[in-house]
Ligand binder design. Structure first.
Ligand code: ADP
Ligand code: MG
Length: 227
């Protein structure tokens, strides 16, 4: 299948006043197309920093990142925005939906930037909302939906442009355990359908859904095992 992600010696430093904070200290990582990966580690170990780099929301201080055959580590902001829209589906702990916008329009939004027609957008958004179990909630706004339903909308939005990778940073972190379990079943289905899924979690039973578990500690990979 080949690698969808190839990372070599990624370093990410942040400048805080006079002080340089060394967050990622040299990460090498290959991820195969179609894999299902959990990233674990203590709070502050660099999980979100790594996810933001994988998701092209940030660029490294040094090192290279090859995503789906393209070197993204040296791209401009415009090029990154384009890659992000085409190649990445990002799911956040806090859903990050547009509040006054229906589920259908939230899901269809990434297709606007991708240049799809209104007709294509509506047809695809309906298909995706159906896939995530929200066929009967398409016209609801986020405040008319439960937390689990909001996260389903966010998962639908992540899937709509058929990205190369789905990234999820603590996707069950704001959900009760039953709802979190349902969202994990949805990620399992998305993986089974052939998608590459990478998620951050600090819960072992959530990580058990993945095929591969990578543990970060203090900005380096401490272990990398297969379930
Ligand atoms: N923009 C930033 N500026 C300065 N320090 C940052 C920034 N982003 C993250 N950090 C620091 O990097 C470390 C790792 O953060 P993060 O990747 O969010 O950890 P995790 O997701 O594993 O809890 C923390 O010590 C955090 O304070
Ligand atoms: Mg985090």
């Amino acid at each position: 299948m080949g690698n969808v992600i190839e990372i070599r010696d990624i370093v990410r430093d942040f400048q805080l006043g006079q002080e340089t904070v060394h967050v990622l200290k040299g990460i090498d990582l290959d991820i195969e197309r179609g894999d299902y990966v959990a990233i674990m580690g203590p709070s502050g170990s660099g999980k979100s920093t790594l996810m933001n780099l994988l998701g092209c929301l940030d660029t490294p201080t040094s090192g290279s990142y090859n995503l789906n055959g393209k070197d993204v580590s040296k791209m401009s902001d415009d090029e990154l925005a384009d890659i992000r829209n085409k190649e990445i589906g990002f799911v956040f702990q806090t859903f990050n939906l547009l509040p006054r916008t229906t589920a259908l329009d939230n899901v269809a939004l990434p297709m606007v930037y991708a240049g799809a027609s209104k007709k294509e957008r509506v047809a695809r958004a309906e298909e995706v909302l159906n896939d995530v179990g929200l066929a009967d909630r398409m016209d609801h706004r986020p405040n008319q939906l439960s937390g689990g339903q909001r996260q389903r909308v966010a998962v639908g939005r992540a899937l709509v442009n058929k990205p190369s990778i789905i990234l999820a940073d603590e996707p069950t972190g704001n959900l009760d355990s039953k709802t979190g379990y349902e969202i994990m079943n949805l990620f399992d289905e998305i993986h089974k359908a052939g998608n590459t899924v990478i998620m951050v979690t600090h819960e072992e039973d959530i990580a058990a859904h993945a095929k591969r578990v990578i543990r970060l500690r203090d900005g380096i990979i401490e272990s990398d095992t297969r379930n």
